[in-house]
Design a protein around this ligand. Structure first.
Ligand code: IPM
Ligand code: MG
Length: 369
């Protein structure tokens, strides 16, 4: 067994702590069976960090994250903190974490598990077998662009400003991730912007097209963001890898996340640049939010968190066999009709968050026996 890897866990707010507790059972199984050698530490982010330290992310927590081999977060936010000034909000902690880690490529899969095709709000034949990867740029665009703010004009009217800005290198590094991923999948990239309206979109299209010269084995198409939203509902199976900027990627990944029927099933990975020693900053989190309405009730679905750990095995530690084993266990649990309320169908008795964690562990043990 290679030397221990340090994993920082950030349970965060809302349903975060309970799904983390359920997911930890599966992490423990991998450690106990010597498949992994991970040391887990926990820290605060989001509203709980604000309540404890007066800031949604402390310098100490960010430093721990930077020193960890990978970071796994559950969720942040909730109504309790919505009236705070912008800088103190839980979401700022998440944005500061992304920036501080330098994770510029956000991988958001939308995968339809066969047994859940009926859970989709779309007709099963539209989504059956769907397997899309959205690569969202995570550190640029209007999320971080300057100038920004709200100002008062001489006539007393107020003006809100945000700036959409991208540079050549910012576009190319995320597009490269998309092309590389496509090579391991169905070799198709759809690059999304609004080059019909925005100069930053024109540049985006030009830079992606230039980079494509290095990836001639991958098919490249360009699409306007509004059309892409429409196509994702009309005929989602036309897509393999979609690459887009921060804001369009945010919107399109929420849209795509509903194709499988439940947000509670979808993991994500955010990756930075590999340094000369081979270390790559990596941050994993479920796509869903903190779901304050069901927090503390023991009904939240821990599978997105568990599958985020699976992405960590795959992308940070090159443990494809372990990741495949985990994916298989989750599939079998679903096939056996074990469902949390968000994915339960008629006639299925929903199980609790912790029972779902236990079921995955039991299935892992059965598969490994
Ligand atoms: C996401 C979320 C965040 C984002 C919020 C919570 C800041 O919507 O991860 O998609 O907009 O990036
Ligand atoms: Mg979002």
């Amino acid at each position: 067994m290679t030397s221990a890897k340090n994993i920082l866990l950030l349970p965060g707010d809302g349903i975060g702590p309970e799904i983390t507790a359920a997911a930890r059972k599966t992490f423990a199984w991998f450690n106990d069976t010597k498949r992994t050698n991970f040391v887990f530490t926990e820290d605060l982010i989001g509203g709980v960090s604000y309540d404890t330290h007066g800031t949604p992310l402390t310098d100490a927590a960010l430093k721990r994250a930077q020193e960890a081999d990978a970071v796994l977060m559950a969720s942040v936010g909730g109504p309790k903190w919505e009236t705070l000034p912008f800088k103190d909000r839980p979401e700022r902690g998440l944005l500061a974490m992304r920036k501080g880690l330098g994770v510029f490529a956000n991988l958001r899969p939308a995968l339809v598990f066969d047994v859940l095709a009926n859970a989709s709000p779309l007709k099963p034949e539209i989504v059956q077998g769907l397997d899309i990867m959205i690569v969202r740029e995570l550190l640029g665009g209007v999320y971080f662009g300057e100038p920004r703010g709200i100002e008062t004009l001489p006539n007393g009217e107020r003006r809100g400003i945000n700036t959409q800005v991208y540079t050549t290198s910012e576009i190319q590094r995320v597009a490269r991730v998309a092309f590389e991923l496509a090579r391991k999948r169905s070799k198709k990239v759809c690059s999304v912007e609004k080059a019909n309206v925005m100069e930053s979109g024109v540049l985006w299209r030009e830079e992606v097209t230039k980079l494509h010269d290095e990836y001639k084995d991958v098919e490249l198409v360009h699409m306007y963001a509004d059309n892409c939203a429409m196509q994702l509902v009309r005929y989602p199976k036309q897509f393999d890898v979609i690459v887009s900027d921060n804001l369009f990627g945010d919107l399109l990944s929420d849209l795509a996340s509903m194709l499988p029927g439940s947000l509670g099933m979808l993991p994500s990975a955010s990756l930075g640049a590999r340094d000369s020693s081979g270390r790559q900053p990596a941050f994993y989190e479920p796509i869903h939010g903190s779901a304050p309405d069901i927090a503390g009730k023991g009904v939240a679905n821990p599978l997105a968190m568990i599958l985020s750990y699976g992405m960590m095995l795959r992308y940070s530690f090159d443990m494809a066999a372990n990741a495949d084993l985990l994916d298989a266990a989750v599939k079998n649990v679903l096939r056996a009709g074990i469902r949390t309320p968000d994915i339960a169908e008629k006639g299925q008795n929903p199980v609790s968050t912790q029972a779902m964690g236990d079921a995955v562990v039991k299935e892992l043990a059965r598969l490994a026996a």
